[in-house]
Design a protein around this ligand. Structure first.
Ligand SMILES: Cc1ncc(C[n+]2csc(CCOP(=O)(O)OP(=O)(O)O)c2C)c(N)n1
Length: 598
């Protein structure tokens, strides 16, 4: 009897390998259909996984996973891999707090041999694995699967170059290069333009199989078997179509890279709820207004024109935009070069991806005192993408860099003013803002520079000073209102700048009030509160400083609001922390006991 579903019977890839090859087309069809249903009901990363359904089946059918290690680059295209490796049922909960990650994670499955989320790491990791296997004398393979987008990352080239060096030793590195012409947006770069993967790899001493049609399962199975049979590092060049099998995604893979739930039949997505525009959209608007009056402004994105709003800027100023590919490091130094010749480049890069550019910011921008502005989107906790994508390290690594100004707006009006401040300052300048909807405040007619290093005292108080940054400012204001109801008078300072800090205002508050609570959507280690603590330790050492922020851990994927609650960035926790700091600072039988409690 033929079972209803072959896919449901596959609990691990060994089950797949027991099926005759003649059954594999059916597995492909079922898997693709299941992924489309999943996307329709739950959303998530979508077009990438659809494009590699045949490839996923072929790899698990030919390689002996998990003994042979498959390392997926980025991991956004790994939904099919998850389905074939024991996670088919749990996929319904993907990206939710209780469900699997949207990317690959070592802790989630022995088949996720190397975690990912950032692009371009797979070949390096797989080469390391292959070399370790060789040293141990273990007869297994390490297979990196990388897209043509991921391959624009410098690391991918560095790894291939090193593979060419190690080739003589014969580590069992296999690279699958998946060419679909797309990064998230259309792919960029010379290799992508020429398509000469064979020439590129040959120059590095690496043999190439293909190109092979990645939707011709039979041809693909043969090619993967040939790849497996190679004796040293080798590359398989596969051509696929992103979004394959779902017509709207095939027609517009850019829009379908990731999606919310949609209607299965026609791909219609529910209309978005009305509300304030996103921080990203506000940034793009502000940048366009400033660029309209300042011809020196150019914009740089590292393969994220949509995510950073640079696509809107590009519509208006097509000649003033550069998409450098997934090459954040290069993008930063490229901007430094432009700045050294009088332009005012704005690098729009997500906080977590800018981690890649640390040395370039220090060595190529700040040390050379060049006027590059970093517009750092997705700063703070980002929600369902989880720990690979949180932007909670930027303050720590940026405020260590001499000469760099670091600021964060509390609303979109301040965002436009701080952006003008950055561009007109002529200094290296980092501006961080969060994911999601902005505040819905009215915009002043013109973005105007603000004084660098000046905070804004939003309300004065006498018992405790709440010193907040960026998106946490409105939460601190709400906490102050809650404290007021309990008879506690809280001052609220919007710090605006992490570097330089508003020494004058902070010092005055510390000296007068004596109890300071800092609030930030960033790790406590090295963050905004650390900066305040360092300042007050020397300037006003008697001050009691308490810090609210993220403690020493990676925060798991969940809804953004839940993550904020988890780490204590909610009104109740902030108010309680203020009361606790006050109680600890009060003399025995002192002022706390005279106050009403909440
Ligand atoms: C360092 C870094 N920068 C940017 C991103 C955002 N990003 C996620 S997937 C992706 C495109 C990947 O394209 P490709 O590797 O060709 O895979 P495809 O989606 O085409 O299958 C980008 C830019 C990232 N994950 N990591």
């Amino acid at each position: 009897m033929i079972p209803d579903s072959l896919l449901d019977a596959i609990r691990e890839p060994a089950d797949l390998r027991r099926l005759p090859h003649a059954s594999l087309p059916r597995v492909v069809d079922e898997l693709r259909e299941r992924l489309i249903e999943l996307g329709a009901s739950r959303g998530g990363h979508f077009a990438g996984s659809l494009g590699v359904v045949e490839l996923t089946v072929a790899l698990h059918a030919i390689f002996e996973t998990p003994r042979d290690r498959i390392v997926w680059d980025v991991g956004h295209q790994g939904y099919g891999h998850k389905a074939l490796t024991g996670r088919l049922d749990s996929l319904a909960q993907i990206r939710r707090a209780e469900g699997p990650s949207g990317f690959l994670r070592r802790s989630e499955s022995p088949f996720d041999v190397f975690g990912a989320g950032h692009a371009g790491t797979s070949i390096s990791a797989a080469l390391g694995i292959a070399e370790a296997l060789r040293r141990r004398g273990e007869d297994a393979h390490a297979v990196a699967v990388i897209g043509d987008g991921g391959a624009t990352a410098g690391m991918a080239f560095e790894a291939l170059n090193h593979a060419g060096e190690l080739a003589a030793l014969g580590p069992a590195l296999r690279v699958v290069y998946n060419e679909n012409g797309m990064s998230i947006a259309p792919n960029v770069g010379g290799l992508s333009r020429s398509g000469d993967v064979r020439g590129y790899c040959a120059a590095l001493g690496l043999p190439v199989i293909g190109p092979v049609d990645g939707h011709d399962l039979e041809a693909l199975l043969r090619a993967v078997a040939e790849l497996r049979a190679q004796s040293g590092p080798a590359v398989l060049h596969v051509r696929t179509r992103k979004g394959k099998g779902f017509a709207p995604a095939e027609a517009d893979p850019y829009r379908w890279h990731a999606t919310g739930p949609f209607e299965r039949a026609g791909g219609t997505r529910p209309a978005g709820t009305s509300g304030p525009p996103s921080w990203t959209a506000c940034f793009a608007e502000a940048l366009m207004r400033i660029a309209a009056r300042d011809p020196r402004v150019v914009a740089i994105t590292a393969a994220m024109p949509d995510g950073t709003g640079i696509d809107r800027f590009a519509e208006r100023f097509p000649e003033r935009v550069y998409d450098v590919g997934i090459a954040e490091q290069h993008g930063v130094t490229f901007a430094a070069g432009l700045a050294s010749e009088g332009l005012r480049p704005v690098c729009a890069i997500y906080s977590s991806f800018l981690q890649r550019g640390f040395d370039q910011i220090a060595h190529d921008v700040a040390l050379q005192d060049l006027p590059v502005t970093f517009a750092i989107d997705r700063a703070g906790l980002v929600g369902a993408d989880g720990p690979t994508h949180h932007g909670v390290l930027d303050l720590a690594y940026l405020r260590a860099i001499p000469g760099l100004v670091v600021a964060a707006p509390r609303d979109e009006n301040q965002l436009q003013h701080l952006l003008a401040t950055a561009i007109e300052s002529g200094r290296p300048f980092a501006l961080r803002f969060p994911r999601g909807a902005a505040c819905g405040v009215a915009l002043d007619p013109d973005p105007k520079p603000l004084p660098i290093g000046r905070g804004e005292l939003l309300q004065d108080g006498t018992d405790v000073a709440l010193v907040a940054l960026g998106k946490t400012v409105p939460v601190a204001l709400a906490a102050a209102a809650r404290l007021a109801a309990a008879g506690v008078s809280a001052a609220v300072l919007d710090a605006r700048f992490v570097k330089p800090l508003d020494e004058e205002r902070l010092g005055e508050l510390a000296d007068r009030i004596g109890v300071v609570l800092t609030v930030e959507d960033h790790l406590l280690a090295g963050g905004f509160g650390s900066a305040v603590l360092e300042l007050l330790a020397s300037r006003s050492p008697g001050t009691r400083v308490r810090r609210i922020g993220i403690d020493d851990r990676f925060v798991e994927h969940a809804e953004q609001d839940d993550q904020w609650r988890q780490v204590g960035l909610d009104v109740a926790t902030i108010a309680d922390a203020a009361l606790a700091a006050l109680a600890a600072s009060a003399p025995p039988g002192g002022r706390q006991s005279e106050r009403g409690r909440r």
